[in-house]
Design a protein around this ligand. Structure first.
Ligand code: ADP
Ligand code: MG
Length: 310
């Protein structure tokens, strides 16, 4: 059994033949061996990523970012040139596809890796950056950047900054943002998020922006099976479960929604979460009426608790 270890003190990468102490070596999803004792930060973050259904390529990109940061650190320790780049990102995806959830996790990862001094997460939208009169916007945006310094500034529906055309203060917000990204380049990660098409259009209107956001992560819509898994997991976390009938009903309903492409109404994980929360309230009323309070029944979401089609 060969073991890959990295000797930080000496800055060498050694392949050690060792069959005794391999309990900390785990094969990851791509069947690659990783020394998780050395890479505890990666292990912790992967554990949290594992809670997320699907999103395989997002998980892969995060591992790449980790590897790249880690190797950059080891290179520096060896007196080699750093390849440090900005970590600002574009997240493209429809609502409820996990963008906010993943951005929060990245804050944690970057904090653990000493890339960010605090790793906190600030979510903002147009109204948090754009003011109502001349001079207001630059101040507002600067304040927001100051608050986000040391962490992640996540700007949702970022394309709305370009909404009003040339005369709109959104332009001023973008310029101030770019300036702030330069001033605090060592300790701030900005993520612009939004619908794929709108983001592409927004970036095409602002040709200076794409190069400042070297990483783009796409969040595809979930499949029916993934959404059912997400629903089941959300229930499990709350100590509930579907009866087989309820699960089938949910599956068929989501399938129908996706076939009809009711994307206006459909918001992936968020839609499912709303359904679950409604079902839990509905179940409570049903149990009250039925006077059934045994432990098993308290955990069961039955078909009639699920209100689909509204
Ligand atoms: N892959 C996933 N696995 C489990 N739950 C998810 C997943 N993606 C999204 N969710 C859940 O769906 C809801 C919406 O996700 P969110 O990250 O807010 O989406 P977005 O920011 O893209 O609109 C949250 O409750 C989140 O926990
Ligand atoms: Mg969001």
């Amino acid at each position: 059994m060969s073991e890959l270890t990295m000797n930080k003190a000496k800055g060498q990468i050694n392949v050690v033949l060792n069959s005794k102490n391999i309990s900390h070596l785990v094969r990851d999803d791509r069947n690659e061996v990783i020394n998780y004792e050395e890479h505890r930060v990666l292990k912790d973050i992967q554990k949290e990523l594992d809670q997320l259904i699907g999103l395989d390529h997002v998980k892969k990109i995060i591992k790449e970012i980790y590897a790249w940061l880690y190797i950059d650190k080891v290179r520096k320790e060896n007196g080699l040139k750093s390849n440090k780049q900005a970590l600002h990102m574009i997240f493209k995806g429809n609502p409820g596809t996990g963008k906010t959830t993943v951005a929060r996790l990245l804050g944690k990862l970057f904090f653990e890796m000493n890339v960010l001094s605090k790793g906190h997460f600030i979510e903002a939208e147009r109204a948090d950056l754009v003011g109502e009169y001349i001079g207001h916007t630059a101040n507002k945006t600067r304040d927001l950047i100051k608050k986000a310094r040391g962490g992640i500034l996540f700007i949702d529906e970022a394309y709305s900054l370009a909404r009003g055309g040339e005369k709109d203060f959104g332009k001023e917000a973008i310029d101030t943002l770019v300036k702030g990204m330069e001033d605090y380049c060592d300790d701030l990660v900005v993520i612009l998020a939004g619908y794929p098409k709108e983001m592409d259009y927004f970036l095409s209107l602002n040709p200076g922006l794409p190069s400042r956001f070297p990483l783009t992560i796409e969040f595809p819509d979930y499949t029916v099976d993934e959404l059912v898994k997400i629903a089941k997991q959300m229930l499990r976390e709350r100590e509930y479960e579907f009866t087989p009938e309820a699960e089938r009903k949910l599956h068929d309903h989501i399938e129908e929604m996706l076939e009809e492409k009711q994307y206006g109404k459909f918001s992936n994980g968020r839609y499912v979460r709303n359904l679950i929360e409604k079902a839990i309230r509905k179940q409570a009323v049903r149990l009250l009426h039925e006077g059934r309070y045994d432990k098993k029944e308290l955990t069961l979401i039955r078909g009639r608790d699920l209100i689909v089609g509204m």
